[in-house]
Ligand binder design. Structure first.
Ligand SMILES: NC(=O)c1ccc[n+]([C@@H]2O[C@H](COP(=O)([O-])OP(=O)(O)OC[C@H]3O[C@@H](n4cnc5c(N)ncnc54)[C@H](O)[C@@H]3O)[C@@H](O)[C@H]2O)c1
Length: 438
């Protein structure tokens, strides 16, 4: 088929917009329920994301907050006062999540603690019979992510992973566009995440533990170290013991889209990664502030790249994804998407689609999907299988960087030379915490 004929074919088969089934926005606020449908939620980790998610949940009819837990009493007290002001109800307060889980009135929990806690808290919540919304990345290592996935499958409970783009209508549409074949053969996928905060915080000295903080319970299974505010609220994500830097913070969200669109369900052929602290800034950070990860597949390449401290990037977006096909390139981020066609003899091979603005946060829809999963058995948009896969892709990028090696898998999808990396795949928990065995 000549290029001209292919263009004719695509144009005559209805044009791009006409062939894509668009997903309408669901208005969850219109759902009305009987009072008996009260669903009581507990929150574990209240500061930033957790409180935001809880607020979305509380906007849904019949959802109440039965208890909140945080190891920083200052945070918890403030959030409890806010919840009382908003709802007129005072939630029960817990400094140990295991006591919150003993509360039989709670139906579900939201887990929004630093990543090194996700595994234990999810497993214990499922054991306590709760439905779970757990933030991304599913866990801080591949082994812990796998344990959560297995436990979720066995539990019969609803488990939603906090990759809220999966509930976003423009992301769903973009996946449909890729899968429609309109872009032609996809040969390269470029993902980038350039964020100012990604260079890590300014260095500060170790200090005493702030009043009201149970630091031992903040560390949990992570190695003992003196308190340092850089390793605490928010900036913990720049230290391997608690997080994975920009690659797990933003990478899990962005990598999720090509994994979904390209139906990738296993490891790549190979992954390698290069980078370092190249900004010249003397920040407190374990990771590379400048990093490229190359994922190799049979007939396309995928590349992640981040530049912490930089806020510009390809196509005038400081973060995003570009799917490069023979007929055109689709560029997408949370603000919207566009298609830039290839040209043959001066004519576009497919219709150009100018930037389609979205600019909408999707946490509310993702939480609503979780609640619908519990109440009505609606299919969950980000089950642990999908959460596992994108956490896996983010972690293998970091492992390739940390070990300065190319990771490859044998034809049974088993990592070659796993022995060399096993300490990065399976964490050693600090006593008395024990990695769950399933
Ligand atoms: N989906 C998204 O868009 C999105 C955005 C931001 C963060 N996140 C994820 O949310 C999670 C939390 O991130 P954050 O930015 O809110 O972090 P944060 O540091 O601001 O808040 C974490 C809270 O957890 C508390 N905590 C720590 N250990 C605890 C324990 N054992 N028991 C109870 N509470 C404990 C901390 O005291 C703090 O209040 C992370 O996994 C992060 O990756 C997701």
């Amino acid at each position: 088929m000549s290029k001209y004929t292919r263009r004719q074919f695509i144009k005559t088969s209805g044009g791009v917009l006409a062939t894509i089934p668009f997903v309408p926005l669901t208005d969850y606020s219109s759902l009305k329920l009987a009072p008996s449908d009260t669903l009581s939620i507990g929150l574990i980790g209240c500061k930033s994301m957790g409180y935001g998610l809880l607020n979305h949940a509380l906007k849904i009819d019949g959802v109440v907050c039965g208890g909140i837990c945080d190891v920083d009493y200052n945070v918890m007290e403030q959030k409890a006062a806010d919840i009382e002001k908003k709802t007129g109800r005072v939630p029960a307060l817990y400094s140990d999540y295991r006591e919150l889980l003993d509360n039989n009135d709670l139906d579900a929990v939201i887990i929004a603690t630093p990543d090194h806690w996700h595994c234990l808290q999810t497993i214990h919540s499922l054991e306590a019979g709760k439905h779970v919304y757990v933030e991304k990345p599913l866990a801080n290592t591949i082994a812990e992510s796998k344990i959560i996935h297995k436990a979720s499958e066995k539990s019969g409970k609803v488990v939603q992973v906090g990759q809220q783009q999966r509930s976003g209508e423009h992301w769903i549409n973009v996946v449909k566009i890729i899968q429609s074949g309109i872009l032609g053969k996809i040969r390269h996928i470029n993902l980038w995440g350039n964020f100012g905060y990604g260079q890590g915080p300014l260095r500060v000295k170790d200090s005493s533990v702030p009043m009201g903080v149970d630091y031992d319970m903040w560390l949990g299974p992570a190695p003992e170290r003196r308190f340092n505010s850089n390793h605490f609220h928010g900036s913990w994500r720049f230290f391997w013991n608690y997080g994975g830097g920009l690659l797990t913070d933003w990478g899990t969200h962005l990598l999720d889209i090509p994994l979904w669109a390209m139906n990738i369900d296993g490891p790549p052929k190979a992954v390698s990664s290069f980078g370092g602290i190249f900004s010249g800034n003397d920040r407190a950070i374990d990771m590379a502030d400048t990093q490229t990860v190359i994922y190799q597949f049979d007939d396309f390449n995928m590349r992640w790249e981040h530049n912490g401290g930089v806020e510009s990037g390809p196509f005038n977006h400081h973060y995003g994804i570009a799917f490069v096909g023979n007929n055109g390139t689709l560029i997408v981020n949370r603000q919207g998407w566009e298609i830039r066609p290839e040209f043959t003899d001066g004519s576009p091979v497919i219709d150009s689609i100018p930037f389609q603005e979205c600019n909408r946060d999707h946490h509310d829809l993702h939480i609503a999907n979780f609640i619908d999963g519990i109440r009505k058995g609606t299919e969950i948009n980000c089950p642990t299988h999908s959460g596992y896969l994108s956490a896996f892709y983010a972690h293998i990028g970091n492992i390739a960087y940390r070990t300065n090696s190319m990771l490859t898998w044998n034809n049974k999808s088993v990592l070659n030379n796993e022995g060399n990396f096993s300490h990065l795949i399976t964490p050693e928990y600090r006593t008395p915490w024990k990695l769950p065995v399933l």
